[in-house]
Ligand binder design. Structure first.
Ligand SMILES: Cc1cc2nc3c(=O)[nH]c(=O)nc-3n(C[C@H](O)[C@H](O)[C@H](O)COP(=O)(O)OP(=O)(O)OC[C@H]3O[C@@H](n4cnc5c(N)ncnc54)[C@H](O)[C@@H]3O)c2cc1C
Length: 403
């Protein structure tokens, strides 16, 4: 006889893991399938060295999931954010003080976040994990799906009432459920590493747009900074092959000297950038969350923050549902997530398109718009709240309980 589960989550990345934890916290048992073996320690070497900006709402949620105490010591704090454009006079500034909070967000190494979630999962008896195990196919049944899952040399078949695709940009769940996706190639590559700066401007995050793409510098503990440098895709191989000195010189030339000389670059990790947007968030007894639902340009620092809200809203909605996969429940989920999703997609895409547009005629207008925005506290305040992740019917777990 086949095994059965109410809820099958495919993909145990940051979003799938968070979803499993949120469901378990709500008293719901789930099965989580992840293709990669778990990373056991935050220090383990791996290929994921991105520093993630966590919106304030996401930090609240990670606290609620019990993961934050294992993350906090490694987290930088964003109390001010400054966005500017090379060669233009306007800039936009936001501060925690203006917004009436102690921090706009935090910056955490991806491996530390993953390891903290992993520890919480291992402590959670309600999550049945198959790992490493890969979904191979989904076949529709009267009450849901029959999933074929490769576990080592075995193939297991598991029936589920609801399958959640948390399996990333190339989601197999998305394809098997018959949901299409639109892709956009930004023609950009992104390099991330950690560096030191001679001048310390604590707790300030910088985002600077240039004709060649944006660059961001994010505050980390011990006067280190997360560097995110975007280049046009045709320079990917050239920049990947640069030695540290040449790479640092390029970053310095892009960013300027506001933070003094850049030194001590850590290991560099390249990423090719594309946007992938699923045509729908749900199909019959299937739903998508995180990058499987939408993969956005990293420069807006929204992908995980948005995916975490997907997971938390879904957990909230299915927590007490007798059947988690009914068409009514999934339709409610889609309509509740749509405004947040649309807003983030428009913001991330608009930020890159407008910030990087190299037409001289646009420059003065863009400067004026930024300067005007900077002088309009209500507008700045509204954007700060959205940037902190408090958007359109947020899940309860992200709300502030303290200033
Ligand atoms: C350089 C960079 C910087 C970024 N910075 C930020 C930031 O500052 N803030 C922010 O919010 N976001 C940021 N992001 C985006 C963020 O990292 C992603 O949105 C987030 O990690 C997506 O998580 P996920 O769990 O949805 O997908 P993934 O991380 O892709 O996880 C999918 C998981 O599914 C598994 N899987 C796939 N297929 C199968 C299968 N058939 N069977 C079983 N398992 C399967 C995979 O092994 C994987 O573990 C950044 C991204 C990049 C590249």
């Amino acid at each position: 006889m086949n095994e059965r589960t109410d809820l099958l989550i495919v993909g145990g990345g940051l979003v799938g893991t968070s979803l499993a934890l949120a469901l378990a916290a709500a008293g719901r048992s789930v099965t989580l399938v992840e293709a990669m073996a778990p990373r056991t320690s935050a220090d383990a070497s791996g290929d994921d060295d991105r520093n993630l900006v966590l919106a304030r709402a996401s930090v609240n949620a990670l606290r609620a999931l019990g993961a934050w105490p294992r993350i906090e010591a490694a987290a930088g704090t964003i109390r001010r954010l400054e966005v500017s454009r090379a060669g233009e006079f306007g800039r936009v500034r936001m501060s925690a003080e203006d917004a009436g909070v102690d921090a706009l967000g935090r910056v955490v190494p991806g491996r530390v976040l993953a390891a903290a979630l992993e520890v919480r999962l291992a402590e959670s008896p309600r999550v049945q994990r198959l790992v490493p195990a890969a979904l191979e196919s989904l076949a529709p049944t009267a009450s849901g799906w029959l999933a074929r899952i490769a576990v080592g040399d075995d193939v297991r078949e598991i029936g589920a009432h609801l399958v959640v695709g948390a399996d990333g940009s190339t989601s197999l769940v998305r394809r098997q459920a018959g949901i299409g996706a639109h892709e956009h190639d930004y023609g950009q590559s992104l390099f991330v590493c950690t560096i030191s700066c001679a001048r310390d401007l604590p707790d300030v995050a910088f985002e600077r747009f240039t004709d060649d793409g944006p660059i961001a510098l994010l505050p980390l503990p011990n006067r280190r900074r997360g560097l995110v440098l975007t280049v046009s895709a045709d320079r990917h191989d050239e920049i990947a092959a640069m030695d540290d000195a040449a790479f640092v010189a390029l970053a310095q030339q892009r960013f300027g000297w506001k933070l003094g000389a850049f030194t001590r670059p850590g290991k560099r990790f390249p990423h090719r950038i594309r946007r992938v947007v699923a045509d729908s968030l749900a199909a019959r007894r299937a739903v998508l969350v995180g990058n499987a639902a939408q993969t956005v340009h990293p420069i807006g620092a929204q992908g995980f923050n948005l995916g975490l809200r997907d997971a938390l809203v879904l957990a909230e909605m299915v927590a007490d549902a007798e059947d988690p996969g009914t068409p009514e429940l999934l339709a409610d989920y889609v309509s509740r997530r749509q405004p947040d999703r649309d807003g983030v997609l428009a913001f991330s895409h608009g930020l890159v398109s407008l910030g990087c547009l190299a037409q001289p005629a646009i420059g003065p207008l863009r400067s004026l718009a930024m300067a005007a925005f900077d002088r309009l506290p209500p507008l700045r305040h509204a954007l700060a709240r959205r940037g902190m992740g408090f958007r359109d019917s947020p899940p309860a777990a992200v709300l502030d309980t303290a200033p």
